[in-house]
Design a protein around this ligand. Sequence first.
Ligand code: ATP
Ligand code: MG
Ligand code: MG
Length: 347
Amino acid sequence: GATIGILGGGQLGRMLAMAAARLGFHVHIYDPDQGCPSAEVAQRTTHATYEDADALRAFAQSVDVVTYEFENIPPAALDLIEAVVPIRPNRRALATSRDRLTEKTFLHELGLGTARFAAVDDEDDLLAALAVIGTPSILKTRTLGYDGKGQARIMSPGETNSAYAQMGGRPAILEGFVSFDREISVIAARGLDGSVAAYDPGENVHEGGILRTTTVPARLSPTMRSDAVLAAARILNALDYVGVLGVEFFVAPQGLLVNEIAPRVHNSGHWTEAGCLVDQFEQHIRAVSGLPLGDGSRHADVVMENLIGDDMDRLPDLLKEGARLHLYGKAETRDGRKMGHVNRLRR
Ligand code: ATP
Ligand code: MG
Ligand code: MG
């Protein structure tokens, strides 16, 4: 059978590996971390760094296609892999989404609404950007941020220095603060043949920058619902994308604004396990392996809740409640660490 290579063996890689196994594929995971959650569900795991050219080449030679669970893969590693085997989603999707400035510029040029933004490379840039965008605003590192890390809110001009210090000298982007009514996301897929399938938008609640719950259906007007899905399709087509993509939006008084995109399966798509015949993980494996996309229509109302850190203390109760439980097999519980999730049907 064919073998799928997955860069990154965290929980997303693990769920992809499980879906791939169910479709009869072999899975080879690449992750430097000896204790990564995917190793125990994949046929093969390589624990080596993204600087290890020999390990990367051997990995690429052992698989038929490479996909990934995170967007911050060093470009040199991708060069080595791409010389041997296709990477799906493609390099353009990665290059666009790994840097918030490139990403927002791409979205803006596609004609999609975003928060106002400006590049901030030094303190003078920040003062100039603040003069245009004003406060409140959010300063974010351009790369490597997730779960709200690497972000500083600037509520008043007096907070400028401390916000800048939090960037640690890294290139940043200043965004106008959006006073949104709610946050939603669209998980959508594009196949090798260019066909597109989108899941129903989910409504997301974040706490301290970390996704807490996703609820479907989202509270949205029919127009906004189709605008959100069409925006996702537009992004997929513009990137000539193959695989599953997550698009986060703000529903704001000024309309629908795209917050960010993720070129991979997405935490806010975990509800599809309980709400759809074909979930986001199977959909992604189908897409990257060249199989036809599956039926992603929603057949239930679902609330997905993340189990983060101490939430694990509630495990005995959750097991009694009739929720569908998915744990990632992480050895240690840590503050802010995503340990698993539950899906509940809303009746
Ligand atoms: P993720 O884990 O989703 O990748 P991230 O670290 O990339 O998170 P963002 O999605 O940019 O960060 O921001 C995290 C959250 O912070 C958003 O979901 C939203 O609640 C809030 N936020 C981010 N940017 C803005 C903004 N410009 N205006 C208002 N709120 C914002
Ligand atoms: Mg992000
Ligand atoms: Mg986000």
